[in-house]
Design a protein around this ligand. Structure first.
Ligand code: SF4
Length: 383
């Protein structure tokens, strides 16, 4: 069976070439061909010797997932259904804004965590995505968007398409439940020979798998978005069931460790924890559910809860889906909630809902896959 080299980061590729009797610098060359040039044919990788090209052709491949559909919303949001095998597909979403373009990447086929308000969680779970399937979403989207960008430049169209400036691991699945593959895919996104994103421009969203948050801090401290959604354990146990395993107190302690140490290791920072920079690394996500978690009292409890953690808060108007059982809070209620947090000194934003017409708004991603869980029990995939 041919080895898909898109699954390998630079360290893996160096080992791969050493095993072939080649020098480690071949890894850099190959990464540039695969990710910068989007070249899949070894015979067109012109700085590799012909012998090496032939060897690679005989034992390897550069295989990316393919899109089986593309939907474009009136606001420019694009949703691709990406086929990852004969029975499963996942969703990848591009959200263009005035000064940036954000790609929302999936980490699993479905999700086993069953958050009460989440469309993906309702669909069940099939499997973890491979490194190639995760980074392949970026590979595919950047190839399409770069060619559209060039086209719009050359044809002098007014509608200049944004390139991908930010990546959020907020698509289908819990990224930290697919730890190894997600971290390796992020390492490739950070690699200057591949995509060269800075750590701040990649955000991993988690429902709060505490041991993996600590591990991420050591392995790859990118920005972290924590799906909090409730200010106390009683409510969070219902909305985000993983809370029963990792309650709010342990989650807050992990977030504090993360914010402080991620900012200290920031390339631009000298020494010592810098609270203003630490804030850049943790965002608490809070979906606004009418009559469930949006009262004035809950806003005050939330403000007190977060007081020790340098952070921002992002309020997300709930995006309804069929049989969800929830309604979104009114705009007045959301603004009141925001104002209470702001009055306590928090940076608090209300997320603009994008791509609702094509079911690509937050919590609406569903893909198309064979559920293996039957949703019988809470089942966190092995890390
Ligand atoms: S919110 Fe995230 S972790 Fe929870 S069920 Fe949905 S995809 Fe999974």
């Amino acid at each position: 069976m041919l080895k898909n080299l898109l699954n390998l980061d630079s360290r893996d590729l160096e080992e791969f070439f050493l095993d072939l009797g080649e020098k480690p610098f071949r890894a850099r060359q190959l990464i540039r061909w695969m990710h910068k040039e989007k070249q899949q044919k070894f015979s067109l990788m012109t700085n590799l010797s012909q012998n090496l090209q032939k060897t690679l052709e005989s034992n390897s491949t550069v295989e990316t997932p393919r899109a089986i559909s593309e939907k474009v919303a009136p606001d420019g949001t694009i949703k691709w259904l990406i086929e990852v095998d004969s029975v499963n597909s996942v969703e990848t979403v591009f959200i263009p804004e005035k000064n940036r373009g954000t790609l929302c990447v999936s980490a699993q086929v479905g999700c086993a965590l069953e958050c009460a308000f989440c469309s993906t969680g309702r669909q069940g779970f099939n499997r973890n995505l491979t490194v190639a399937e995760i980074v392949g979403q970026l590979w595919f989207a950047s190839k399409i968007l770069d060619s559209n960008l060039n086209l719009s430049r050359t044809s002098m169209q007014e509608n200049i398409v944004q390139p991908i400036s930010n990546i959020v691991m907020m698509g289908m699945g819990e990224p930290l439940a697919n730890y190894r593959n997600v971290v390796k895919a992020i390492q490739i996104m950070l690699d200057d020979n591949a995509y060269g994103y800075s750590r701040r421009r990649i955000t991993l969203s988690t429902s709060g798998i505490v041991p993996s948050i600590d591990r991420l801090l050591t392995d790859c401290p990118v920005s972290l978005a924590v799906s909090l959604h409730a200010p106390d354990d009683d409510l969070r146990d219902q909305l985000v069931p993983i809370n029963k395993k990792y309650p709010i107190k342990s989650l807050m302690e992990a977030c504090l460790r993360y914010a402080n140490r991620a900012s200290v290791t920031d390339d631009c920072v000298g020494t010592g924890a810098d609270v203003s920079r630490a804030k850049d690394y943790i965002t608490f996500e809070y979906v606004m559910l009418a009559g469930v978690n949006d009262s004035t009292r809950q806003a005050k409890v939330l403000a007190a809860l977060l007081s020790d953690v340098p952070c921002k808060v992002n309020l997300i108007p709930f995006n309804p889906f069929k049989d969800s059982g929830f309604k979104t809070s009114s705009l007045d209620t959301i603004k009141n909630f925001r104002d209470i947090l702001k009055s306590k000194g928090y940076v608090c934003t209300i997320r603009k809902t994008r791509g609702q017409e094509i079911d690509s708004a937050c919590g609406q991603l569903a893909g198309s896959f064979k559920d293996k869980t039957g949703r019988q029990s809470l089942n966190v995939p092995a890390l």
